[in-house]
Design a protein around this ligand. Structure first.
Ligand code: SAM
Length: 401
């Protein structure tokens, strides 16, 4: 090895030994360091290795899903006290035969999801404990396993469609892969396990970034109602109420009513009544029954829809608004230029393949809102850095034109 390479290797090894606990590093510094490491890897990795990494990348999701089906993560969760299990112990607590179990465990160990403290035993790593049944992180795997099945048909879809950008919400790669004409949300109603995984996944998307909209929007200054009977905020397409519940927790004393709306199959999935929040089953394409609310709020709802349907939703909201109502759109906003993380870039393709929709840039959001009869008052953005697992969230405050 050349002297320079020896120095680089030693610098990286020293840096690793001196690294403070990851939780104590602020997000901006963490992302900077990870960015530097990504560049180092890209510069070092021989193209055949990069190629093989791409070719084998789908295996992790597939095998984790199989391991969930066999009950491997649940077996360790139940055996919490012992922490380690032998192959025979694990076999007695899981579905399927021992030979398959051994091969699945070998892959999961290669991925560092489990370790082998001895030849006889397996020990779960930090990720394994997040994959047992019922946890949102486990449901994330189920959710993306479904989408991996769509992505596997992307090439055939575009061959059949002459590589045209999908624009019909009921003729996306999703419908092609599932041999259906149903919109994804209609299809979910008939697939309760996938619906549950979807609802659960939505409850965790933003927490990963750690930045809530009400921490960078001046709520107390902007959202005032004279009468406590007036609706202060309605969260349209708010899922099982995770976002509006966080808002209620942050501002418990703010006068006014809080309303959550979503499709019946989502509202019916709310495990217990939400404190201080009225939950309504309602389709946002129908006339909005909550009139004159102070704020109509939608988080990552319109990114599921091409412009045609997004404009219909905006019209239904505009019809219900009072003179002093505001529209608050909380959405991923990828930068128009510059580099996106692979996850942020893929999220746009995810909207495309599932809904024929897209992640809009700031310019596209403003254009959509103006076309929908709104004037954008301000685009609010968080001051501190998120983890950029997806893309930076922005809050579009708009009023009828
Ligand atoms: C991407 S999720 C976002 C959920 C939530 N706002 C969040 O940020 O976590 C989109 C939501 O829109 C809901 N949705 C889809 N079609 C709808 C409709 N016609 N009326 C009301 N909600 C709808 C879905 O059920 C889902 O909960």
């Amino acid at each position: 090895m050349s002297n320079t390479l020896t120095e680089v290797t030693s610098a990286v090894t020293t840096a690793l030994s001196k690294l403070p606990s990851p939780e104590s590093i602020d997000n901006a510094a963490r992302m900077q360091l990870l960015g530097a490491l990504d560049k180092l890897r890209a510069a070092l990795e021989p193209p055949p290795v990069t190629l093989l990494n791409h070719c084998f990348s789908f295996w992790a999701l597939s095998v984790i899903r199989v391991a969930q089906g066999m009950g491997i993560f649940d077996a360790f969760a139940v055996a919490e006290g012992t922490k380690q299990l032998t192959l025979d112990e694990l076999n007695s607590r899981t579905k399927g035969d021992k030979e398959l179990l051994f091969r699945v465990m070998r892959y999961l160990c290669a991925q560092k999801i489990f370790t082998r403290p001895s030849q006889e035993s397996y020990q779960p790593g930090p990720l394994a404990s997040q994959l047992s049944s019922g946890l949102p992180t486990a449901n994330l795997i189920k959710h993306f396993y479904l989408h991996m099945r769509t992505a596997a048909h992307l090439y055939e879809y575009f061959e059949a469609k002459d590589y045209r950008n999908p624009a019909d919400a009921c003729d996306a790669p999703f419908q092609f892969a599932q041999c259906t004409r149903q919109h994804h949300f209609d299809w979910l109603t008939e697939h309760p396990d996938d619906q549950e995984a979807f609802n659960s996944t939505m409850s965790m998307t933003r927490t990963a970034d750690g930045i809530e909209w009400f921490n960078f929007y001046p709520v107390e200054e902007k959202l005032q109602v004279a009468s406590p009977d007036r609706t202060l905020l309605i969260d349209i397409g708010g899922g099982i109420g995770h976002d509006i519940s966080a808002f209620k927790q942050r501002f418990p004393q703010l006068p006014g009513q809080l309303v959550l709306q979503d499709l019946p199959q989502v509202i019916n999935d709310i495990p217990s009544p939400l404190a201080g929040i009225a939950a309504q089953s309602h389709s946002m394409f129908d006339a909005q029954p909550v009139r004159n609310a102070k704020a109509y709020y939608l988080r990552t709802v319109l990114h599921d829809w091409p412009d045609k349907q997004a404009l219909e939703v905006l019209t239904r909201i505009r019809e219900a608004m009072a003179e002093d109502s505001v529209l608050l759109i909380n959405e991923h906003t990828p930068a128009a230029g510059g580099e996106l993380s692979p996850i942020a870039a893929a999220l746009d393709l995810h909207m495309m393949q599932t809904f024929s929709a897209l992640e809009r840039t700031e310019e596209q959001w403003v254009a959509l809102l103006e076309k929908g009869g709104f004037r954008v008052v301000k685009v609010w953005k968080p001051q501190q850095e998120g983890l950029h697992l997806t893309t930076t969230a922005a809050l579009y405050e708009a009023v009828p034109q």
